[in-house]
Ligand binder design. Sequence first.
Ligand code: CA
Length: 475
Amino acid sequence: MKKVLGIALLVCGLLLSGCTKKETVPKYEQVKQAEDGLLKGVKVSKKVSGYSGKGYVTNFNEPQDSVTFKVKAPSEGIYTLKIRYRVSTGSGDKHTKIVLNGEPSREMILPESNEFRETTGIKIMLNKGENVIQFVSEWGYYDLDYIKVQSESSHRLDNKENKLVNPKATKETKSLMHFLTDQYGKSILSGQQDLTEVEWLNNNIGKKPAIVGFDFLDYSNSALQYERNSKQVEQAIQWDKEGGIVTFSWHWIAPKHLTNKPGKEWDTGYLTKSTTFDVQYAMTHPNSEEYKLLLNDIDTIAIQLKKLQKANIPILFRPLHEAEGGWFWWGAKGPEPAKKLYILLYDRLTNYHKINNLIWVWNSVSPEWYPGDKYVDIISYDSYPSAGDYLPVSIPYDRALSLVNNRKMVTLSENGPIPDPDLLKKYQVSWSWFLTWRGHFLKNGKLNDIDHLTKVYNSPYVITLDELPNLKSYK
Ligand code: CA
């Protein structure tokens, strides 16, 4: 399920000191000092040391204050834009709006930094010849030293084979990974949460998605106690027979301490507000009942995963989703217990239960929440912009790229509005797939209007069920 990831969660922004880079030397690079730009409502200062050139530009304190640069590009295409800036400690992260050739293009997050520092960069599309790049104050109160425009290094994955983290992955699982890797950057796979929505898509758009999302929710032990009888696994088997790709998330109902009162019913026991289950206590007390109950739940889900493995179905598996949001109990105590629990899940399912049909999808683009390259095959982000916003979700994409630096694929594991495929292609924002959430996210005619859905599902850039190869024999 979905929650809007608020601005507060996007804090670490573009400066990810923790992630080592294999920098390639750009073929083309141009630096423009801010103090040489066209200034409107701002002024040049030399007060704070550490700037380059003759000073820096400050006083971005009115919404329309701006500095404008002219940049010549040798050819039309994607370039990397970096800026050097500072934001006084204690004043919070800032935003700047970028207007490119007269059109609002991108936002950049500028995390607090008392020293001048350079961002890791965002991708921008430039015309051949002169381009006008304008920085508009937005959330203001930052100092701008210079901008740097570089030719783009490749978006291709570093490891062409893109090996799965589990060396014992089954043949079908490797085949699916090969397919995803081959398509990465060339197309986006269509996806839809809940098999029952596929008929609606087929009736209204005349197409079916390549991927369908399922949920282990009602297989949690707490749900079994209430005699829930889920058909998600049988439905996934049916979808696989149709030739489609299966992804599972798990709204994991806490194994104990469910509040079960009006507004906090037991079947919402995956929500932090509906349980007092303490994941931090459990993960730091391996002899506790709480820890054993978690293992017991993992073992219960393993029974279902084994059914799917027996049916030779690979799964894009995304446990502990949206941990970073804190609205689910597994993320309520911050990154450390959530990462520990994810690694426990990986270890228990892979090494103890010998489940080898999983492609491990981690659902955060934040370095603080990253469990590590050893446990993650694909990085994902859940995107819920406002109705009709079909932009490519580029800030999280840039953050995901910074986190894994082309070592892993990145994907939109859930979305409300689907990004416009033409814009994804134009800006080379290469999400592996999208997966629209069920119900009104798909069908209310506003979040995704019917013209948009028709465009998306008929776009040559979007892969639908009928366009999938036989994935069991792929390579
Ligand atoms: Ca300067």
